[in-house]
Design a protein. Structure first.
Length: 294
């Protein structure tokens, strides 16, 4: 099978497996570079480890457009794409063995993201609560929601009014891969959401989105990033905590309270805990209690 055709089949596999657009796009860009370097009509079974080694050490992979070297992480990303592609090809019976099996990644510890301390979290919410207006109220609900549930910002902004069930203490979240999960809401977050729901339904009953911009459209990720930056500055917090850093803050505080990585994995809805450590299963009741205590 020609390389270009195999890449197309790999894309179909990724889509059927529920991988995100970002992941699929990243794999395809890297494999596109490989096809350009080796030739899209090259037979998949003719590609050897030497071909991949030459590709990985070429300027296409290692250098930026201006000739300066790419970061090690950028090169590792390409290696990861090759390993995933040829592992799939081997498991699918398209090649006898993966020529990428011997490729080694640099085992670098990524820098820990900036997170808020408990006191900083309180200062941030206080700054919003002391500011009058519907925008401040909306922002406070969004920030509080992520800080107390660990939702990804895309998940929070993708919520509709109908996804929130304050009475039953949960909301329905569509996660990566299209799966729907019930996420527990602690008492304080329920109170905030209840008030927000009343105001939202009264102000714009015709829109389904839970969080709206000033133009009455669903709030975007970029807008959420900007508003978090603004509120951090107003609260006098100089750390570079991103809106995604609020999710990291949630995970950090939950781990501090429980000391159990399995509980954090369950809360964040990760498919596996390979990036941390595998622990025995902890009942969901323990997770609910930990979230209520945040």
């Amino acid at each position: 099978m020609q390389l270009s055709r195999a890449i197309a089949r790999f894309r179909t596999y990724l889509e059927a497996n529920g991988n995100s657009r970002h992941t699929i796009g990243s794999y395809l860009r890297d494999l596109g570079m490989l096809a350009e370097a080796l030739g899209s009509t090259m037979e998949l079974g003719a590609i050897g480890s030497g071909d991949l080694a030459r590709f990985l050490t070429s300027g296409t992979v290692t250098a930026k457009a201006d000739g300066s070297p790419k970061a090690p992480g950028s090169v590792d990303k390409v290696k990861t794409s090759l390993k995933a592609f040829f592992r799939w090809a081997h498991e699918s019976g398209l090649v006898d063995a993966s020529p990428a099996a011997a490729i080694r990644l640099r085992h670098r510890r990524p820098p820990a993201p900036d997170v808020l301390t408990i006191q900083e979290k309180k200062r941030l919410l206080k700054a919003m609560d002391q500011t009058r207006g519907t925008k401040a109220e909306r922002d406070a609900v969004l920030v509080d929601l992520i800080l107390n549930t660990g939702l990804r910002v895309s998940e929070a902004l993708g919520l509709d009014l109908a996804d929130v069930n304050v009475a039953e203490e949960h909301l329905a979240v569509t996660a990566k891969g299209g799966e729907t999960h019930k996420v527990f809401l602690n008492a304080r977050t329920r109170r905030r959401l209840a008030g927000h729901l009343k105001r939202r339904k009264r102000i714009l009953a015709e829109s389904a989105a839970l969080f709206l911009s000033n133009r009455r459209q669903r709030l975007s990720v970029r807008q959420a990033e900007t508003l978090v930056e603004g509120w951090l500055a107003k609260a006098g917090i100089v750390k570079k905590v991103t809106v995604h850093g609020l999710r990291h803050t949630f995970a950090t505080h939950l781990l501090e309270r429980t000391g159990n990585l399995r509980t954090v994995q369950e809360a964040l809805r990760h498919r596996n805990i390979a990036t941390t450590v595998r622990y025995t299963h902890q009942p969901s009741e323990a997770l609910t209690e930990a979230l209520e205590a945040l």
